[in-house]
Ligand binder design. Structure first.
Ligand code: NAG
Length: 459
């Protein structure tokens, strides 16, 4: 919900990137099977693949193996300005398992948190589902559809986030709109989300070198002049202790859009930018049911389970207005309905509707930027344009993931509605601690299915 700024600051150990194509390591996309289902309940396997986001990749001079970017700084002799840098630097292929701890098997994808590779220590990763061509993102319109996957979070402690979500990025990674981007979706370019992240090294075919400031807390990240914004549907942001499903929208822009200044919505200008950074989250613990999801609970995170998310429209067609996002779970063959909101004075909501969002924000005293940026109807419009599937694992250099799994903000009483989001200590989730103590953490996503409402799970 809150500072997903860090979604990327999280990670990219020692490696770098560019916008030309490098050939020092062959780019072999790991294969991943997904299934498309029909209303009769039969599903067809699609052989697909994934690609690693460009921010994690080694970027070197086109003609040599000299880094364009090392740690959290650009080489200003190769990268004196955005355009020269995009011309001089190449984005290379990835050793998925050796360098990044990313493996697939059949319909399962595992992302390991810390990987000690031959040249670097990698922290976290972010990958995208490609279509059958292997050079474009597979785009989804989930209106009047459901999206289902299995997740194993048993080895994902406080402070980590295994995320599965959709973003409205260009299918080709922006190659057609920005011809200086020669790498495209094949090399994981074109990222955007509602935090309008400024730690992305190449945006709109240019290097983000202007006013680049290395992070003082993350040896692998910095921020530049520009951010990259677009609507985002967080199906799943979770660890073994807490989980949230959160639509976020942008207004006044269409698809991936570069921001600068106030448009990016930094700091005091959080609600003045293009996008709704808070979103409208449904986190069972935060909505009052502390017994629902966690180790040994109703949805038992000690073992694998199925997460179903349904996108209902007002007229039950794929072109109707999105008006409700429903969640249910399946574990050990049993369908588990979502938990209900328990606060006195508001309805026992168990799904996300505009009414739920308005009542929740009023109850918690939160600014309602979800409504002012267009609400669920705007989320539906983003799906209509097509959204790409993202899967990631990350830690949080801004606020230690407390917005997901602990009490946040930490200076408000935990008894105040909306402050407690999960059972993790307010001292947990520090990147230096989780990276050293929980390096072997991982998340496995598997058995991805999508299709008409009711088609993807046994019930
Ligand atoms: C849409 O489907 C729901 C659930 O099946 C049903 O209750 C509702 O009446 C339908 N709405 C329309 C407009 O057909």
């Amino acid at each position: 919900m809150f500072p997903k700024v860090t979604l990327l600051s999280l990670a990219l150990a020692a490696v770098v990137y560019g916008q030309q194509v490098g050939t020092l390591t062959a780019e072999n996309h790991p294969q991943l099977q997904v299934q498309q289902c029909t209303s009769g309940g039969s599903c067809t396997t699609q052989s697909r693949s994934i690609t690693l986001d460009s921010n994690w990749r080694w970027t070197h001079e086109v003609s040599s193996s000299t880094n364009c970017y090392t740690g959290n700084e650009w080489d200003t002799s190769i990268c004196p300005d955005p355009t020269t840098c995009a011309t001089n630097c190449a984005l290379d292929g990835a050793d998925y398992s050796g360098t990044y701890g990313i493996t697939t098997s059949g319909n399962a994808l595992t992302l390991k948190f810390v990987t000690h590779g031959p040249y670097s220590t990698n922290i976290g990763s972010r990958v995208y589902l490609l279509d059958s061509s292997g050079s474009k993102y597979q785009l989804f319109n989930l209106k009047n559809q459901e999206f289902t996957f299995d997740v194993d979070m048993s080895n994902l402690p406080c402070g980590l986030n295994g995320a599965l979500y959709f973003i409205q990025m260009d299918a080709d990674g922006g190659m057609a709109r920005f011809p200086t981007n020669k790498a495209g979706a094949k090399y994981g370019t074109g990222y955007c989300d509602t935090q309008c992240p400024q730690d992305i090294k190449f945006i709109n075919g240019q290097a983000n070198v202007l006013n680049w400031v290395p992070s003082d807390t993350d040896v692998n990240a910095g921020t530049g002049e520009y951010g990259t914004c677009c609507s985002e549907m967080d199906i799943w942001e979770a660890n073994s202790q807490a989980a949230a499903v959160t639509p976020h929208v942008c207004s006044g822009i269409t698809g991936q859009t570069r921001c600068s200044g106030t448009q990016c919505g930094d700091g005091d200008e959080r609600y003045d930018g293009f996008c709704d950074k808070d979103g409208c989250d449904f986190n069972s613990w935060r909505m009052g049911d502390q017994t629902f999801l966690g180790p040994g609970k109703t949805v038992n995170t000690n073992s694998k389970f199925t997460v179903v998310t349904q996108f209902l429209t007002s007229d039950n067609t794929t072109t109707g207005t999105l008006h409700e996002i429903r969640r249910l779970y399946v574990q050990n063959g049993k369908v588990i309905q979502n938990s209900k909101t328990t606060f006195p004075g508001i309805s026992a909501y168990d799904s996300i509707t505009d009414n739920f969002c308005n009542d929740q924000k009023a109850l918690f005293g939160d600014t309602n930027s979800f409504e002012s940026k267009g609400g669920l109807a705007a989320m539906g419009s983003a799906f209509e344009a097509g959204m790409a599937l993202v899967m990631s694992i990350w830690d949080d250099h801004a606020v230690n993931m407390l917005w997901l799994d602990s009490d946040y903000p930490t200076d408000a009483p935990a008894s105040q509605p909306g402050i407690s989001r999960g059972p993790c200590a307010t001292t947990s989730g520090q990147p230096s601690v989780v990276e050293s103590q929980s390096g072997d953490a991982y998340v496995t996503y598997s058995n991805i299915k999508f299709g008409p409402i009711g088609s993807t799970y046994a019930h």
